[in-house]
Design a protein around this ligand. Structure first.
Ligand code: UDP
Ligand code: MN
Length: 311
């Protein structure tokens, strides 16, 4: 049709002008019905497929380029009061040290027992293409002394919550609470074991991984505070924030039967949602994580009264 209109308009003009008008009209008419259809389809496709890409961009925006990037990975379930204090406290603490950071809350939403280590593996996989070191960080342990450095652990894993300073844990191989590790080192040990459902021991197993990989763990030196005033560890009691120390099936032998192939490369999960939250302007990203449990491998991801063992 464009060609025909152009021909009528231009039959008395020069050939060059005529061809030009025919081309412009032809193009305009051809584009009118197609453009909106094309955009609609594309929008629908992109909204699903590229959601993750968009989020990756959002993480990147949080970091300043040209500086080390810390992802604070917080394993989490049902600790809202602690989170309300954690996020503002950590932003203030890290900003004072000029640490380029972002906080990620790994919210376990399945119905299995809590699995701190698997959540850290998930967090690393999801956000650490954009970071170059992580803090594995309990939500209820707040650093109080500004001498505790959260800088890039160039020389190897840095255990901030050292047994000399942690309010409760004394043993020399303790590696829990708060630990900084660079991306390469976490990958080198294949992350943490996914087999620790329920409370405890996953950090002890991680300590062995680091030792076996000959990674030197260092801890804060020349800190002028002590066990009572270096950290604030929020209260647990026998009802509220009770530790899940139940042992069932053969869970008790777990640390003896260490299987190194479980870790970063085998953690199985669905990431169901990524939400941005803000507590009085202090931001964190919440990842809703549905962990999967292979009940042949780790039947103790669910314990009930019939399969419990003494502990
Ligand atoms: N955690 C959680 N929900 C739970 C259990 C544990 O969010 O039901 C997370 C939280 O970050 C907590 C960390 O796992 O700080 C370690 O657990 P917990 O504080 O019970 O262990 P503790 O080190 O005090 O013995
Ligand atoms: Mn605790």
């Amino acid at each position: 049709m464009g060609v025909y209109l152009g021909f009528i308009l231009c039959r008395n003009k020069s050939l060059v002008v005529c061809i030009f008008i025919m081309l412009v009209l032809g193009c305009l008419i051809a584009l009118i019905p197609i453009t909106p259809m094309f955009d609609d389809c594309l929008d629908k496709k992109l909204s699903g497929l590229n959601e993750r890409k968009i989020k990756e961009k959002a993480y990147q925006k949080e970091y300043d380029e040209g500086k080390h990037k810390l992802a604070v990975l917080v394993p989490f379930r049902d600790r809202f009061d602690e989170l309300l204090e954690f996020v503002p406290h950590m932003h203030k603490f890290l900003k004072k040290q000029n640490v380029n950071h972002h906080i990620f809350v790994l919210n376990q939403i399945d119905s299995y027992r809590f699995n701190r280590a698997a959540l850290i593996n998930v967090g690393f996989r999801e956000v650490c293409p954009q970071c170059d070191y992580i803090a594995m960080h309990d939500v209820d342990l707040l650093p109080l002394n500004p001498q505790l450095s959260y800088g890039y652990p160039e020389k190897g894993p840095f255990h901030v919550a050292s047994p000399q300073l942690h309010p409760r844990c004394n043993y020399s191989t303790f590696a829990g609470g708060i630990l900084l590790i660079k991306r390469e080192d976490f990958q080198k040990v294949n992350g943490m074991s996914n087999k620790y459902w329920g409370w405890g021991l996953e950090d002890d197993e991680f300590y062995i991984r680091l030792k076996e990989a000959k990674l030197q763990i260092s801890r804060p030196l020349n800190v002028t505070t002590e066990k009572t005033n270096t950290f604030r560890h929020m209260q647990h009691d026998s009802v509220r924030r009770k530790r899940d120390k139940t042992r069932c099936f053969n869970q008790i032998q777990l640390t003896d039967d260490r299987v190194l192939e479980t870790g970063l490369n085998t953690v199985s999960y669905n990431l169901t949602e990524i939400r941005e939250m803000s507590i009085d302007g202090d931001r964190a990203t919440v990842l809703n994580v549905k962990l999967h449990c292979d009940k042949l491998l780790t039947p103790w991801c669910e314990c009930n009264s019939s399969n419990q063992s003494a502990h």
